[in-house]
Design a binder for this molecule. Structure first.
Ligand code: ADP
Ligand code: MG
Ligand code: MG
Length: 883
């Protein structure tokens, strides 16, 4: 069985097509090697070996060792060095990488192969002893941390103490002898703390590192990341073992990261940062402030440190050419890692760059114009749920800003919240429903859960490619990074900037688009949608088959949804109209009435109110379909709950509180979700259905007269499980329709249909379809009733289910394809058997969820309906589902 794929010297056994086995990093290194780009030779152990490692009690496959050794032989031949050779030592990096990139989640070990002998040889051979000892101390520190499990802070403390003792400020100021001393201190602390010596045998080092990379797949931050990004644990990680190249070999050496286009704006310009005489993660770690790669970038950031373009013009030119080549090759914006060793450029990683939604739109639209991708590909390039980002508020430009600091505009959007200084506090505050800004010197992968809980992130150290910046852009939350003028005092829990000292709980506003940090709360503007957005949406609309409607209960909702491109209303919940203003009093009169006559008197008052709402909705939707659901919730939902409320309402209505209590008791239900609601109300109190039907038809008449557009109301009867129920309510509706049309002398066409939200209705769909002219899947209730699980109570146990691996997705967020989905399939198929041209739609929360929308496309629904702000997401998802 082939566990190992080699690359280097202009060829490779794998390619970017093998990312499922080689991981993204390994696959792209192979691809770049095949393209003839300068890639240090190496080998990749496939991720299946990781799966094997876990399924066999953390043992590596038997035949793996020989294959790796053969691969290392090839690296030795290519580099002319020997692994463990005391004259010409080959040093290796051991790198992790799964199918999808999990930046910084797993561990890397650099400079592997160094020991007390090879370090001397490295110094001798390079003519730079300082470099050799610097590399050795880096190796011990990484290996000690990643493989041996000693906290990296132990090493950092030693280094800080040494620097203080020697009077150095920067790492680069330490001499060979001084580093040598640090190395001896590092080795001492390992022996002291772990009671084993630092391993000198390169083979032992290698297998230790490979094992550690596999183990890092299961470390808590990687597990959290996978949960958040829905990455299955079975995938495992590949391991790449690669010859080292050195960015820490003096002033003609450097290491850096770059994007082929600006990841914030999408502008077509090379964008990146580098550090001279540095290695590995120095750039992202924020140890020194990195320099811009391009001259333009340097000028933009107002930095006086020379750009790579100026400092290393040849390497820069070569890098620029490679960027162009890789973009054309992969037909996407690339995120690249590189190192320059004594003027020679080496490529260390290529992957599709993470970007803001705004940048994603611009890049997709630009690439269509450049002829790199098709319109359909452009549509596929945008993650539908990321459109939320475009809907972020921005600070009203007219207000005066009380700026207390500024940093890099690392992730766009503005947000206000209380200051917290730790991830834990952020999580706790979110659980209490408070909005917080996470303020850190810098963030690390351990902070992920806190970043998720925060409205925005502020760091005082690090660049545009720092951990905080990358992660915030990915999450779509605003971030200001590297606000160097501000200071965080963690011990005192203070944030200090421009003479202002703020503490935990104080309110600040972060403007991730300008990089400013403001004191207090600031008025915000709602976002406008760009030309790129409009263009992509046009392409999406051209591609999709399903239409997208909205769930709108009020004229405001309906207007917003129209502006987002909704093509009708899929669900108008009429009960919401009864809560507005003093309508609730009339509603209560109706509910508390002791007989039909009393109810009718109250309903007569409600009629004009409902009619005017419907008229407005019909007018806004101007001939587009509008689905109106008959009253659904149990009546007691409209009545007061607490004793004080009851007294108050009774008083206001001029009723005896005791009488009120008796009525409330009479309406009490043990399980309201399965109680006297939906069509059951219309059957008990047909006068309510009559009033609603009359309001709808009279509104249709007046809207049709006003707008001249034909209004086709679709009247939806909720919670039907028996055909007889629908027959009865439909009888009421049809009778009222006939009356209104006779009175108005105007023909209105309308449909009467039902929600499919009970398992019995789904199974008996062929029978119900004899009466129903359309079905709309009410997947919230259908999920509740299929699982027998109440949505409002599920929060108590769903997260536990997820943690224990019993379910992956909350079925109330993403449709349960296997169970609820099966019922939808059955109902769609049986319904259409009876009524082939029957219109089918979905109106539950799932109508705005991208994966659920794919399912709806599969089943052949005609439309999805979702909340107004999700309409663009649904339009895009529906297009992607159709491609
Ligand atoms: P991550 O997945 O966290 O980005 P990488 O495997 O890319 O981890 O390694 C992190 C950094 O280590 C790289 O960006 C690069 O600077 C450095 N590095 C990795 N491999 C090599 C190598 N062969 N030579 C020099 N530097 C390397
Ligand atoms: Mg990397
Ligand atoms: Mg329902």
């Amino acid at each position: 069985r082939k566990w190992v794929y080699t690359f280097g010297g202009g060829k490779a056994e794998g390619s970017s097509a093998d990312r499922d086995h080689l991981g993204g990093k390994g696959a792209n290194l192979s691809e770049m090697a095949s393209l003839g780009l300068p890639v240090p030779p190496g080998l990749t152990i496939v991720s299946d070996a990781c799966a094997h490692y876990y399924s066999s009690g953390k043992r590596l496959p038997d035949d793996l060792k020989a294959q790796v050794l053969a691969g290392i032989k090839a690296i030795e031949v290519e580099t002319g060095r020997g692994f463990g050779d005391v004259a010409h030592p080959l040093l290796l990096s051991v790198r992790s990488g799964s199918r999808t990139s999990m930046p910084g989640m797993m561990d890397t070990v650099l400079n592997l192969g160094l020991n007390d002998q090879t370090v001397e040889a490295l110094g001798h051979h390079s003519g730079d002893a300082r470099f050799a000892w610097d590399s050795y101390r880096r190796f011990i520190q990484m290996y000690g941390d990643v493989v041996m499990g000693l906290d990296h802070e132990v090493f950092e403390e030693i280094l800080e103490d040494e620097k203080a003792r020697l009077g150095h400020e920067l790492d680069t100021e330490l001499s060979a002898v001084e580093w040598q001393h640090v190395v001896s201190l590092y080795k001492q602390v390992i022996e002291q703390e772990l009671e084993v010596p630092f391993p000198q045998d390169p083979d032992v080092q290698l297998w230790g590192a490979v094992g550690a990379v596999f183990s890092s797949w299961m470390n808590p931050r990687a597990v959290t990341y996978r949960m958040l990004h829905k990455i299955p644990a079975e995938w495992g990680t590949a391991v790449t073992v690669q010859a080292m190249v050195f960015g820490n070999l003096g002033s003609t050496s450097a290491t850096g990261v770059a994007f082929t286009r600006n990841p914030s704006t999408g502008e077509k310009e090379l964008y990146g940062e580098f550090l001279v005489n540095a290695q590995g993660e120095d750039v992202v770690a924020g140890i020194r402030t990195p320099q811009s790669i391009t001259e333009a970038g340097r000028i933009d950031s107002g930095s006086d440190k020379p750009s790579m373009e100026k400092l290393m013009p040849e390497a820069f030119a070569e890098f620029q050419a490679i960027c162009a080549r890789l973009e054309t090759h992969y037909r996407d914006m690339q995120d690249l890692e590189f190192t320059i060793e004594r003027g020679k450029l080496w490529m260390l990683q290529a992957r599709s760059g993470k970007r803001t939604t705004k940048a994603a739109m611009k890049i997709a639209v630009d690439m269509v114009a450049e002829g790199l991708i098709s319109e359909e590909e452009a549509v596929m390039r945008i993650e539908p749920s990321s459109l939320d980002q475009l809907l972020h508020p921005t600070i009203d430009p007219r207000v005066t800003r009380h700026v207390i600091g500024s940093g890099l505009p690392a992730s766009p959007g503005a947000a206000t919240g209380e200051i917290v200084f730790t991830a834990e506090e952020a999580v706790a505050a979110e659980a209490e429903g408070r909005k917080v800004i996470l303020v850190r010197v810098e963030t690390s992968p351990e902070d992920i859960h806190g970043m998720h809980a925060a409205e925005a992130i502020l760091t005082t150290r690090g660049g545009m490619t720092s951990h905080a910046a990358v992660v915030a852009r990915g999450m779509g939350i605003p971030c200001v990074a590297g606000a160097g003028t501000m200071r965080v005092d963690l011990r005192q829990e203070k944030l200090i900037g421009m003479g202002v000292t703020l503490g935990k709980g104080d309110i600040i506003t972060i403007d991730g688009s300008s990089g400013q940090v403001l004191k207090g709360e600031v008025p915000m503007l709602q976002p406008e949608l760009s030309g790129d957005f409009q263009k992509l949406m046009q392409w999406a609309d051209r591609t999709r088959r399903m239409t997208v409607r909205t769930n709108a209960d009020t004229p405001q909702d309906a207007r917003a949804a129209r502006s987002f491109g909704a093509e009708g209303i899929g669900l108008c919940r009429t009960e919401h109209m009864f809560f507005e203003g003093d309508r609730i009093h009339v509603m209560r009169d109706m509910i508390l009435a002791e007989d039909e006559a009393g109810r009718r008197a109250a309903l007569d008052k409600l009629l004009p109110m409902q009619r005017s709402d419907f008229t407005e909705l019909f007018t806004i939707m101007h001939g587009l379909p509008v689905t109106i659901r008959m009253l659904d919730p149990p009546l007691h939902e409209f009545l007061p709950k607490t004793e004080e409320e009851i007294d108050e309402v009774a008083n206001a209505m001029g009723l005896e509180p005791g009488f009120m209590r008796r009525r409330i008791d009479a309406l009490h239900e043990f399980n309201p979700m399965l109680g006297h609601r939906g069509c059951r109300l219309a059957i008990s109190y047909p006068e309510i259905a009559e009033m609603q039907a009359r309001a709808i038809f009279e509104a249709a008449v007046s809207a049709a007269r006003e707008t001249g557009a034909a209004v086709v109301p679709e009247i939806m009867v909720p919670l039907v499980s028996l055909k007889g129920e629908l027959d009865y309510v439909k009888g009421v509706i049809d009778r009222v329709a006939t009356e209104v049309m006779r009175e108005a002398k105007l023909e209105i066409s309308y449909l009467v249909g039902t929600m499919i939200e009970l398992p019995r209705a789904a199974i008996r769909a062929h029978v119900i379809a004899e009466a129903a002219e359309f079905f709309s899947f009410g997947t919230n209730d259908l999920t509740q009733t299929t699982f027998g699980m109440s949505r409002d109570d599920a929060a108590a146990f769903i997260p536990t289910y997820q943690r224990k691996g019993i379910i992956v997705q909350d079925p109330f967020i993403s449709l349960d394809f296997d169970g609820v989905g099966e019922l939808i399939r059955i109902a769609a198929e049986r319904g259409r058997r009876t009524r082939p041209d029957m219109k089918l739609g979905i109106c539950g929360e799932h109508g705005g969820d991208p994966t659920s929308i794919h399912f709806c496309e599969d089943v052949g629904l005609d439309y999805v309906s979702c909340s107004p702000f999700r309409v663009p997401i649904a339009r895009l998802s529906a297009a992607q589902a159709a491609i």
